[in-house]
Design a binder for this molecule. Structure first.
Ligand SMILES: *Cc1c(COP(=O)(O)O)cnc(C)c1O
Length: 223
């Protein structure tokens, strides 16, 4: 499928009106697709796989903001630490410490979001409320990271009675921890909502959505 230019413009207009940022999720999609949205002014792109991200970053314009939105293994942080703009899926304190270490090696401060497990499904990654609390309390002294908010993925369901409370729960945590201001904690981003649920996410306080298939078409993982 070609890039859905009309859909992009429509979504962008809607998001701008609600002051919500758009991460165009380009995982598995060719560089030409990214170039197409880049030409329209899109600068924030999301990727899930380290190797794929590293290749795209090397080939594409340098003013792109690369968001890592997948599950990140500690031993791979070093490959993206030189350039990554925001890491959304920080789901353990161990990973936070490793990002801090690699950021320091690159003389950078890397912005991160802590991922909270909000879905009913066991398979989705993220911290529970206790782990989140511990990570925030433990973050003092990690001077090469900045925790700027939370990220979550709701259950894969089109039943808003299931999805809405999950978004509402994440927003309540965002409100609580958003009150904390330290040298490296200063919340500004609540990253929730994808192609199927972004409107509901925005109604529940999201200010950053990650949209892939609505823009680039369904993904084919078997190519
Ligand atoms: C793939 C992915 C998305 C985009 O999903 P779509 O349903 O295609 O919009 C958003 N967030 C995360 C974390 C993803 O892995």
């Amino acid at each position: 499928m070609p890039v859905a230019i009309d859909k992009y413009q429509e979504i962008k207009t809607f998001l701008d009106a609600h002051k919500v940022s758009l991460i165009a999720v380009s995982k598995t999609k060719p560089q030409e697709d990214i170039q197409e949205l880049y030409a329209l002014g899109q600068r924030d792109f999301g990727e899930n796989y380290v190797q794929e991200l590293v290749e795209k970053e090397a080939a594409l314009p340098k003013d792109i903001h690369w968001h890592f939105i997948g599950h990140l293994q500690s031993n791979k942080v070093k490959y993206i630490a030189p350039f990554v703009y925001l890491i959304h899926g920080v789901d353990s304190f161990k990973l936070l410490v490793e990002i801090n270490k690699q950021a320091a090696k690159n003389n950078r401060v890397i912005s991160v979001l802590l991922q909270v497990h909000i879905a009913k499904e066991e398979t989705k990654f993220g911290m529970d409320a206790e782990e989140l609390k511990a990570a925030i309390e433990g973050a003092g002294g990690l001077s090469n990271i900045k925790i700027i908010g939370l990220m979550g993925m709701a259950s894969f369901s089109d039943n808003s009675k299931i999805v809405q409370p999950e978004f509402g729960y994440l927003n309540s945590l965002y409100q609580v921890y958003g009150k904390i201001k330290t040298d490296n904690i200063d919340f500004a981003v609540l990253s929730m909502g994808m192609s199927g649920d972004y409107q509901l996410a925005i109604e529940n306080g999201s200010n950053m959505v990650r949209i892939g298939s609505l823009l680039f078409g369904a993904r084919n993982y078997n190519k």
